[in-house]
Design a protein around this ligand. Structure first.
Ligand SMILES: *Cc1c(COP(=O)(O)O)cnc(C)c1O
Length: 396
């Protein structure tokens, strides 16, 4: 019945500080309402080329094959693995959280012989552990890792694993969904072969596109495949024939999503990558200080391992996890995330991604969380916590 239908006009503004999606700038939302064009209209083709050019700068790469795939970050993951792996290939997946697990599961489904190098949630993987696994048995063809593990808040350094991939002539697949545009990801300098992200995290476009890039080395491997890529939709060579100069129809590009990404990337480059990374660091530092001043405990104890765009904080003993999140949303209009897998009910996940990475948002969240904890009987100093936020932001 129409009387019970949601009025989209009446939706309240919500401050998105979960693990994604992040806040979308009004100019990016407006870009989506630009006039519709056909997906082969020369004016749209120009917008595609500009989008690709901007994506190369954001990935810090000269890779000819750089494009936004239709689909969310998971489509990027599936594309990277489906194009890299042939049945019976030996694949090593570094797993220290939920998304590493997802990669391993996909690699198995693609017929890879998967070795998982696993460490407990909240820790980073020691490259020596990976080396040890690589040394045993057949040479790995693919090495896959999550750069910023959104389930735990741990950043896994890329360079040591890139060196290992080179040593074994394996392709390095890097999930940069939560890092690209918020934390340094330099594809060419680091030596990454296949890298993907998602439009709705640190790039602050709506969900629906997966920025993707593939090195010439990855493309040579792809050309030499014995078998076709299992997925027709995500076959890079077919997708690239549309995004490249041939403009061969493959599937209809999500035109208005490309508009949004185009505008979101403009905003990233207008700010500048260095400045953006620095903003994410400063805002994260402020958030950590505010949470600790409230008496909360950060789940990743080593600050060097923390991701600037995603913070995990322990749900204190006796505090109602889901209740706090529900009240935050209903009363304060703020969304944060709950824990996944083994950390379900154990942590809150707070995103400071892209447009969401602002001091005023952090202050609002810290004040609201402090108030909700007081209602649960805590005696914390909210004023002091807000001062800690400001103070930490000032430090360099
Ligand atoms: C969010 C996320 C994904 C999945 O992206 P979707 O857009 O939800 O499909 C994959 N990897 C990581 C690290 C993520 O944070």
């Amino acid at each position: 019945m129409s009387s019970t239908r949601t009025s989209l006009e009446g939706l309240p503004e919500t401050l998105l500080m979960g693990p994604g999606p992040s806040m979308v700038h009004p100019s990016t939302l407006r870009a989506m309402a630009a006039p519709s064009l056909g997906h082969l209209d020369p004016r749209f083709l120009a917008i595609m080329d500009e989008t690709v050019g901007m994506l190369r700068r954001v990935f810090a790469t000269t890779n000819p094959i750089t494009l936004p795939l239709s689909g969310t970050g998971t489509a990027g993951m599936e594309a990277a693995l489906a194009n890299a792996i042939e049945p019976e290939d030996r694949v090593i997946v570094v797993v220290n959280g939920y998304f590493g697990d997802r990669m391993a599961e996909m690699a198995r489904r693609l017929g890879g012989e998967v070795d998982v190098v696993e460490v407990p949630w909240g820790k980073a993987v020691d490259p020596e552990q990976v080396e040890e696994v690589a040394r045993r048995g057949r040479a790995p063809r693919v090495l896959a890792m999550v750069h910023a593990e959104t389930s735990t808040g741990v950043l896994q350094p890329i360079e040591p694993l890139a060196a290992l991939a080179r040593q074994y002539d394996a392709l390095l697949v890097v999930d940069a969904v939560t890092s690209l545009g918020g934390v340094p990801v330099e594809v060419d300098r680091a030596g990454v072969d296949l890298c993907y992200s998602g439009s709705q995290k640190c790039l602050s476009a709506p969900p629906g596109l997966a920025p993707f890039t593939a090195s010439p080395r990855a493309m040579r491997r792809l050309e030499a495949r014995k078998r076709d890529v299992f997925s027709w939709y995500l076959d890079l060579r077919l997708v690239a024939a549309y995004w490249g100069q041939q403009r061969v129809y493959h599937h209809t590009a999500p035109v208005h999503m490309v508009y949004a990404l185009h505008r979101a990337l403009e905003r990233v480059l207008e700010e500048g990558l260095e400045a953006r990374w620095q903003r994410h660091r400063r805002v994260a530092r402020a958030l950590w200080a505010g949470l600790e001043a409230l008496g909360l405990q950060l789940a990743v104890t080593d600050p060097a391992l923390r991701i600037a765009s995603l913070t995990t904080v322990r749900v204190p003993e006796g505090v109602d996890d889901a209740g706090v999140r529900r009240t935050l949303l209903e009363e304060f209009g703020i969304e944060i995330g709950g824990g996944l897998g083994p950390w379900k009910g154990q942590v809150w996940r707070i995103g400071t991604m892209g447009e969401s990475a602002a001091l005023r948002h952090v202050s609002r969240l810290v004040a609201a969380l402090g108030e909700l904890l007081r209602r649960q009987g805590w005696r914390n100093d909210v004023t002091g916590a807000l001062a800690a936020v400001t103070e930490a932001a000032r430090r360099e």
